[in-house]
Design a protein around this ligand. Sequence first.
Ligand code: PEP
Ligand code: MN
Length: 363
Amino acid sequence: MEIQLELEELDCTRESGGQPYIIAGPCSAESEEQVMETATQLKEMGITVYRAGVWKPRTRPGSFEGMGSKALPWLRKVKKELGMKIAIEVAQPSHVFEALKYDIDIFWIGARTTVNPFFIQDLADALKGLENPIFVKNPVNPDLGLWMGAIERLNRAGVKKLAAIHRGFSYFGPSRYRNVPQWEIPIDLHRYIPELPIFNDPSHISGRRDLLQEVMQEAMDLNFSGLFIESHINPDVALSDKNQQVTPAGLKKLLDSLVIRDAEVQDDRTMRELKRMRKHIDMIDDELMNVLEKRMRVVKEIGNHKKANNITIFQDVRWNEIVGKRLTEAREKELSEEFVDKVFRAIHTESIKKQNRIMNEKK
Ligand code: PEP
Ligand code: MN
């Protein structure tokens, strides 16, 4: 999925061992007082980029849908009086044109917009020729292709100052998160486009204040460039996302509690130790590969046997036996059941695929 982008550097990348770049502000701009007071307190903490939603994409009609253009002069006031940069969400070209009248600095594209290539193309056309940095949130569904596609589409339109925001993914079923993080997806994004800064949005992942700390720390340990986080002077009466917003003082406490670790190893002894342990891991991975190869050879034998004797590939008694046994073993070996289940499902799916090919091979 390699893609080539033409990017210009943003001043928001984190140096090894450095502090994360912070963008903070309320979910929604609600009133001039709320906007100014929140910004004043954040500015005092040293935060220089202020986020606020003006047009809010809400799941159900009838909820608060943002103050719209009326809020733009309040944000311009923050910029003028406090010298902060302003970031807002844009979902359609008219939002971009309105925002430009009020000197908005940064635009972010929301999760519900990134899913749709038509919307992204319309926005890309509207943003053509502008210098404003654009932050692209991940789509609501866990689809790295859509996320990269949106970034690529904007870049092809000439947007060179780009960053991504990881805000988690919708999940149908019980979950402790509002949007499950699936950290492997932003990690893959970083692998494909290493020069693209990636922010973490712990607010929309957590959905509640008491999870923020854990998510922020994980983002720091995974070396994200910065945090994109919601803060409101009085979260309990916020008109949107009140459970996940923290006061500026609360945010300060959270930021102060973060442990910032080095991304690069500084001294020789630590490096040598790390190298030794990595060598060990590589050897174990060699073994894993050999075992997988061996297993697939037996799968092939079974496939041929089933074909010769006209037996179906999938027998659910056998599948239940395989998984059941390994889950019991997982508990004994202190491996997570979820992990073992995933690994065996992946191996089994591949085995079925292989046998299917054997069964349906034309001579
Ligand atoms: C937001 O940042 O307030 C927002 C609406 O985010 P998302 O698009 O991630 O849901
Ligand atoms: Mn929000």
